[in-house]
Design a protein around this ligand. Structure first.
Ligand code: GDP
Ligand code: MN
Length: 387
């Protein structure tokens, strides 16, 4: 689960991470009022679940309260397109108005869970401010890494090593170690999968602060963080994914053209692979689960058809606990109410497969029946191409 910058900063502050002073608002008058109250130059920052805002015009400095109001008016209600939003962009509903700081250097700090070492890895780089992915590609030696043993946490020597590695003056090394320790504690206590400060700045008067903050939490741990779960902003999430979650369907939007309805995550991945192998590209990952009802199947099919990018649908079901006749029934019901606008290829195998096929063939609807996974993938990719 992702959260906004202002929310991440509030959490981090609670763990002793230094952040600039600021407040959020949804109106330009509000922005002017915050700036007036602060009585100094401010920076107005668009709050969306995506980075790259600076370059896209979503982060602007205002010298006076009037200017803060004007700048906020120019950002609020706009659709911001950044390197991370995709071409459709994100509507800005809220801005963070913060004190500006006299920046001496912009650095980078980040903690992620590293699969290879099955541990959190603390990263630090002197090349802060810009896209860290680019730094990693072009000059990976600029990213320092410390693997953390989960039971032990970030050790003092590791924090000092990173601080010296960043080339920080000796006078702020202790402060930097404390900052990193606080950041790690926040990461650990919130079951985060990512905590990133970019830029992490040192000011001309020798203070260290998080100028930007990004945190992502492990969805599987949200049950023990009811307070964090409340920070979820549904406006920032894919509407079809929210819809799918209502019916306990596991749906993830991708950018191809073949809609897939599958039961079980393993079969879903196998299906996506074979679609790619056949030269196509999946529009989503839709797993109806092991024992879906006809109603869930109907909702799943509705979701597939409401994705504008779907040019053909592949229903690939292996009936184990799931019965093929139930799937067929759900699909036929959905197709009858919605009307099928795209070709649908069906591959059923397993429990009650004959009944399932009978329901499909007697429905009077035009399904393409496939005999195996390879055949199904080839057929659906060809149909998606023609459509
Ligand atoms: P992002 O582009 O979405 O990652 O947004 P950031 O919060 O990282 O802001 C982008 C850039 O705006 C930063 O790298 C800074 O250079 C600049 N910026 C943000 N706050 C301040 C500030 O208080 N003072 C100054 N001078 N620049 C700032
Ligand atoms: Mn940033």
């Amino acid at each position: 689960m992702k959260i906004h910058e202002y929310q991440a900063k509030e959490i981090l502050k609670g763990f002793g991470v230094a952040v600039p002073e600021g407040e959020t608002t949804e109106t330009s008058e509000g922005a002017a009022a915050i700036a007036r109250k602060m009585g100094r130059e401010v920076v107005v920052k668009a709050q969306i679940h995506a980075g790259g805002r600076g370059k896209a015009g979503g982060v602007k400095i205002a010298k006076t309260p009037d200017e803060a109001g004007k700048v906020a008016a120019g950002i609020l209600g706009k659709t911001l397109v950044t390197a991370q939003t995709g071409p459709e962009g994100r509507l800005v509903r809220r801005v963070l108005v913060e004190e500006t700081l006299p920046i001496e250097r912009e650095l980078y700090l980040g903690i992620v869970v590293d699969r290879a070492s099955a541990s959190p890895v603390f990263m630090a780089s002197s090349a802060g401010g810009m896209e860290i992915e680019k730094v990693d590609e072009e000059s990976p030696e600029l990213i320092l890494r410390e693997t953390i043993r989960p039971g032990f946490g970030l050790q003092a020597f590791q924090a000092r090593k990173l601080a010296f590695g960043l080339g920080l003056p000796a006078t702020v090394v202790d402060q930097a170690s404390q900052f990193m320790t606080a950041l790690y504690r926040a990461f650990e206590a919130t079951d985060a999968s990512l905590a990133e400060i970019n830029p992490f700045v040192i000011t001309t008067d020798g203070r260290l602060l998080a100028l930007d903050a990004k945190m992502t939490f492990d969805d599987n741990a949200m049950f023990r963080h009811k307070d964090l779960a409340e920070l979820r902003d549904l406006n920032e999430e894919e509407p079809l994914e929210i819809e799918a979650a209502k019916y306990s369907l596991n749906y993830i939007k991708l950018d191809g053209t073949v809609g897939c309805m599958v039961n079980g995550a393993g079969l879903a991945m196998g299906t996506m692979d074979i679609i790619k192998y056949a030269g196509g590209s999946p529009a989503n990952f839709l797993d109806v689960g092991g024992g879906a009802s006809a109603e869930q199947v109907r909702h799943a099919f509705e979701i597939l058809l409401s994705d504008k990018n779907v040019r053909a649908v592949l229903i690939n079901i292996f009936g184990g606990i799931m019965r093929c006749d139930i799937v067929a029934q759900g699909v036929v019901e959905a197709a009858k109410t919605l009307g099928i606008k795209v070709p649908v290829v069906v591959r059923l195998e397993g429990t009650n497969v004959e009944q399932g096929q009978k329901i499909l063939s007697e429905s009077g609807l035009n399904f393409t029946v496939a005999t195996g996974m390879k055949d199904a993938a080839e057929k659906v990719v060809a149909l998606a191409r023609e459509a």
